[in-house]
Design a protein around this ligand. Structure first.
Ligand code: SF4
Length: 492
C-alpha cells in the first residue's frame, strides 16, 4: 500500500471507506471492476448511472460513462464514487441511445484519471470506447510486441492493448475485434463501442460474470444482475464463454470469436465479491452463501452459544450455519456504514485500532458467550486476528472461526487483486498455525467439494462445477507460465 501525503497534508493513499473491502486498512481481497452497457434506449446515460451505482461495490476509485448518439461520443470520467463523479448537469450532457460505463478498483499508486474507463480512442474507422473487467495475463508480452511495432501507450490499462490490436488490423471493426480478442489470455468481460455498434465479449472460460438483460426494446449488459433490478430490467442470460455479441441497427447477432474452454466462473464471486441480491447463472448469491454456511456446519460443527457473521458478505453464510446447527444467529458484529472517506493520515496506532472504526462487537450479545464467527476468507490473517480480538475484548469466552471457502493459497491472475503468494497466510502455514496466529479457539475452512456442492446449480457436470478454484487449488484454467512475465491481479 502506498501512503502518499500531499503537501498540504491531505491523505491521498489508502483510506477508511464505506465500501465492501476496497483499499483500506483491511487485508481483504480487493474487488475488481464493474461494467454496464446499454443499447437502444434514449436515456442510456441515466440508466448507466443507476446501473453503475448498483455496481459501486466492485470499484470505488473511478467511474465513467461514454454515450454514442450515432455520430459522436459524449463521455465523462472522474476519480471517486459514481455519485461524486456525476451530477445532473453532467448526466444531461451525455445524450445518446447507446452507452458503456465502468467503475474501477485499482491498486494504490495506479489510481490515475488516465486509467479511468471507459477509455476512448480515435482511429481510422472513427471513435472507439472500451470498458473491461478482469485481467489480461499475457498483456506484458502483447504490449512489448506492440511497442516494438511502434505503438505508444498513454495508460497502464489492459484496455489500451486491445485498442491498439484493433487499430492496427486492416480488417473491419468486428473482424478486427475478433482477431484481437483471440490473442488475449486471461479473465475478462469486454464492452466495445463505436458510433454505431456495441460489442460484448466474455473470455473463453467465462471467468468474469457478464449478464444480458432487456428493458423494453433495449439491451442491457452488466457485471451483476443487481444492476438490472435497479433499473427495472429483466435478466435474459449470461454471456457465454468465448461469445461475441454484436448489436447494431440490425439488432443482436450472437457469434463466437473463439471456442469455449472449460467453464471456470470465479468461485470468489459466489463467496465474497458479488452482492447477495445478485444471481450468478440463475443461482441467488444470498441463497448460495446460506448453503455454504450450512455445509460448513455439517463439515465442522462446534458447540457454541451464538453464531455471528462478519458483515456484510458473511451474514448470509452465518444464517445458514445457524439454521443448520440450531445455534442462534446474532448480530455480534456491526459494520459502521458511515466511516466514509477520511483524509486524515492514520498513525500506526490508529491503523491498528482502525478495525474499530469499521466494525464493532456488540458486547451485550457476545459477553460471556461461546461465539462461532463466520467469515468468507483469510488473506494475510491480520484482519481475522483483529476481529477475533474485538470479540474477545467484548467478553466472548471462546471464538471459533469458520471460513466459507477453502484456504486461499495462490494469487489470482484473472482480475482479483491479491497479495504475493508469500503474503497469503494459508500458503505458508497449516490450519493449526493460522488458528494460533489469529488467536482463535478453533478454525476450519470449507472443503472444495463442500463449496462446489453448496454453490450447486451452476454446472454440476462440468469440471469443478464449472468454477475457477485456482486460488485454492493452484489449477489455473488458462495457461500460466509462471516465468515472471504474466500479470497478476486486476488491471482494468
Ligand atoms: S483464481 Fe480465485 S479469485 Fe481468481 S478468478 Fe479464480 S477463483 Fe476467482
Amino acid at each position: 500500500m502506498s501512503h502518499e501525503l500531499m503537501p498540504e497534508g491531505l491523505w491521498t493513499g489508502d483510506y477508511y471507506n464505506e465500501g465492501t473491502g476496497q483499499s483500506d486498512i483491511f487485508d481483504t481481497l480487493k474487488e475488481e471492476c464493474g461494467v454496464f452497457g446499454v443499447f437502444g434506449h434514449p436515456d442510456a446515460a441515466s440508466l448507466s448511472y443507476y446501473g453503475l451505482h448498483a455496481l459501486q461495490h466492485r470499484g470505488e476509485e473511478s467511474a465513467g460513462i461514454c454515450v454514442a448518439d450515432g455520430e459522436n461520443f459524449n463521455y465523462h470520467r472522474g476519480m471517486g464514487l459514481v455519485k461524486e463523479v456525476f451530477d445532473k448537469d453532467k448526466l444531461e450532457s451525455l445524450k445518446g441511445g447507446m452507452s458503456i460505463g465502468h467503475v474501477r478498483y485499482s491498486t494504490s499508486g495506479d489510481s490515475r484519471l488516465t486509467n479511468a474507463q471507459p477509455l476512448v480512442f480515435k482511429y481510422r474507422e472513427g471513435n472507439l470506447a472500451i470498458a473491461t473487467n478482469g485481467n489480461i495475463v499475457n498483456e506484458p508480452k502483447l504490449r512489448r510486441e506492440l511497442e516494438m511495432e511502434g505503438s505508444i501507450f498513454q495508460t497502464t490499462s489492459d484496455t489500451e492493448v486491445i485498442a491498439h490490436l484493433i487499430a492496427r488490423s486492416p480488417k473491419d471493426f468486428v473482424e478486427a475485434a475478433k482477431d484481437a480478442l483471440k490473442r488475449l489470455v486471461g479473465g475478462f468481460a469486454f464492452l466495445l463501442m463505436t458510433n454505431d455498434k456495441l460489442l460484448v465479449a466474455s473470455d473463453p472460460n467465462g471467468l468474469r460474470p457478464l449478464t444480458m438483460g432487456r428493458l423494453g426494446d433495449a439491451y442491457i449488459f452488466t457485471s451483476e444482475t443487481c444492476a438490472l433490478e435497479v433499473i427495472g430490467a429483466e435478466a435474459i442470460r449470461d454471456v457465454a464463454p468465448g461469445e461475441l455479441l454484436i448489436l447494431d441497427r440490425n439488432g443482436l447477432r450472437e457469434e463466437r470469436y473463439t471456442e469455449a474452454g472449460r467453464k471456470a466462473l470465479c468461485a470468489m464471486e459466489y463467496i465474497y465479491f458479488s452482492r447477495p441480491d445478485s444471481d450468478l447463472n440463475g443461482s441467488n448469491l444470498h441463497s448460495a452463501r446460506k448453503r455454504m454456511g450450512s455445509k460448513m456446519a455439517l463439515e465442522s460443527f462446534v458447540d457454541a452459544d451464538v453464531v455471528t457473521g462478519v458483515p456484510d458478505s458473511s451474514i448470509s453464510a452465518a444464517i445458514g450455519y445457524a439454521e443448520q446447527t440450531g445455534i442462534p444467529y446474532e448480530l455480534g458484529l456491526i459494520k459502521n456504514k458511515y466511516t466514509g472517506r477520511t483524509f486524515i493520515q492514520p498513525s500506526q496506532e490508529l491503523r491498528e485500532q482502525g478495525v474499530k472504526m469499521k466494525l464493532s462487537a456488540v458486547r451485550r450479545v457476545v459477553e460471556g458467550k461461546r461465539v462461532v464467527m463466520i467469515d468468507d476468507s483469510i488473506v494475510r490473517g491480520t484482519t481475522s486476528r483483529r476481529i477475533v480480538n474485538l470479540l474477545r475484548e467484548a467478553g466472548a469466552t471462546e471464538v471459533h472461526v469458520r471460513i466459507t471457502s477453502p484456504p486461499f493459497k495462490n494469487p489470482c491472475f484473472y482480475g482479483i487483486d491479491t497479495p504475493d503468494r508469500r503474503e497469503l497466510i494459508a500458503s505458508e502455514k497449516s490450519v493449526e498455525e493460522i488458528c494460533r496466529e489469529i488467536n482463535a479457539d478453533s478454525l476450519s475452512f470449507l472443503s472444495p467439494d463442500g463449496l462446489i456442492s453448496a454453490i450447486g446449480g451452476y454446472d454440476e457436470h462440468s469440471h469443478k462445477g464449472g468454477l475457477c478454484m485456482a486460488c485454492f487449488d493452484n489449477d489455473y484454467p488458462t495457461q500460466i507460465d509462471f516465468n515472471g512475465e504474466e500479470k497478476m491481479g486486476c488491471s482494468c
